[in-house]
Design a protein around this ligand. Structure first.
Ligand SMILES: NC(=O)C1=CN([C@@H]2O[C@H](COP(=O)(O)OP(=O)(O)OC[C@H]3O[C@@H](n4cnc5c(N)ncnc54)[C@H](OP(=O)(O)O)[C@@H]3O)[C@@H](O)[C@H]2O)C=CC1
Ligand SMILES: CC1=C(/C=C/C(C)=C/C=C/C(C)=C/C=O)C(C)(C)CCC1
Length: 310
């Protein structure tokens, strides 16, 4: 009983309330070395620019060399040091080799932003096995290898920050994105377990932040939509807004953020309401079939040869 009370005194409710509802102090990351995966992509590029504005030195990883270089150019214009690496996050060896090079050529990474992500965008039964596997490798397994590569240095200094860009679909699911939900639920579980481990080891200098956005207007889920009447109530997020909200959470060392805040509701009701009530709510809000137009979109692009598969 005493231990229980003591644990609460160590993290009293007024501290939770303060960090959740009041404006917390934002930390300085000037001069820190920040590694961002998927830095050639929409959110990855914006993260790179926001971290650059905060004065962080950047290490940018992506499998798309040209897009990654473009991000690097934009970040250099802000005036920070930038290093780019072409890495295939679906390959463990590619991650470890690039990590060794970063350590030798640049130094110790203190902020890790695991942002790269993919989705198959096909119905499970129509989807090539490799494409399903790739989602798990990039969105989930890569988190193991990235953490194994960079956490030891953070532990040695008891200093660092690991950011996981997961998804609202890591907290509740919907139909026809089995690969993506499995990978993002995995990412959420990974983040939580790692956070508990760091706390249990009293490594209070290493922070973690989980980011769970709703649809972001980047093209990744183009076509995904809920019931027409509700679209103005919960519109797709702007990429810059998403990244700015994430940055606030990261710099405030917040453990988790759902963007927009209304996404906490389906997350909670998933756990609190009976299954049937959730199914009825999904039907009413168009959450049950929201992925069908997205999958149609991918099918059309694939048949036109515009989309590359694995
Ligand atoms: N857009 C959305 O609606 C939402 C996105 N998210 C998450 O946000 C993150 C960023 O998404 P977003 O910016 O929209 O997506 P993008 O597709 O724009 O960016 C993802 C980047 O990751 C790269 N990438 C993909 N596979 C690999 C790989 N094997 N190795 C290295 N790099 C790879 C992509 O390269 P390439 O282009 O060549 O494939 C791309 O540059 C993802 O984790 C996503 O799951 C979360 C919630 C909503
Ligand atoms: C299921 C569901 C909804 C729709 C969620 C959607 C459409 C989420 C899309 C998320 C994406 C694309 C995340 C990418 O990482 C509502 C209407 C909010 C509430 C009822 C349950």
């Amino acid at each position: 009983y005493n231990l229980f009370i003591h644990s609460f005194i160590l993290s009293p409710p007024h501290l939770w309330l303060h960090s959740t509802f009041l404006r917390p102090r934002l930390k300085s990351i000037d001069g820190e070395l920040c590694l961002i995966t998927g830095a050639g992509g929409a959110l990855g590029r914006l993260f790179a620019l926001e971290f650059a504005k905060e004065g962080a030195r950047l290490v940018l990883w992506d499998c798309n060399t040209a897009a990654n270089e473009q991000t690097a150019e934009l970040a250099r214009e802000i005036g920070v040091e930038v290093h780019t690496y072409t890495v295939d996050l679906s390959k463990r060896q590619s991650i470890y080799e690039a990590a060794d090079r970063v350590r030798a050529e640049v130094g110790e990474v203190s902020i890790l932003v695991n942002n790269a992500g993919v989705v198959a965008g096909r119905r499970l039964l129509d989807c090539p096995d490799e494409l399903l596997e790739r989602t798990l490798l990039v969105n989930c397994h890569a988190l193991f290898w990235m953490t194994k590569a960079f956490l030891p240095q953070m532990k040695a200094n008891n200093h660092g920050h690991i950011v996981t860009i997961a998804s609202a679909l890591g907290l509740f699911s919907t139909a026809c994105v089995e690969d993506y939900c499995a990978s993002k639920f995995g990412a959420v579980g990974f983040h939580e377990s790692l956070t508990h481990e760091l706390l249990a080891e009293d490594l209070d200098g290493i922070k973690t932040t989980l980011v769970c956005p709703y649809i972001v207007d980047t093209g990744m889920f183009a076509g995904c939509e809920i019931r027409k009447e509700l679209r103005s109530l919960i519109p797709p997020l702007q990429p810059l807004y998403t990244v700015q909200q994430s940055m606030k959470a990261i710099l405030a060392e917040q453990q988790m953020i759902c963007i927009p805040r209304i996404m906490y509701i389906p997350f909670l009701t998933r756990a609190l309401l009976p299954w049937e009530a959730n199914v009825a709510t999904y039907r009413f809000m168009g959450g049950d079939k929201c992925m069908l137009p997205f999958i149609k979109n991918v099918e059309m692009k694939t048949s036109n040869g515009h989309i590359k598969s694995s």
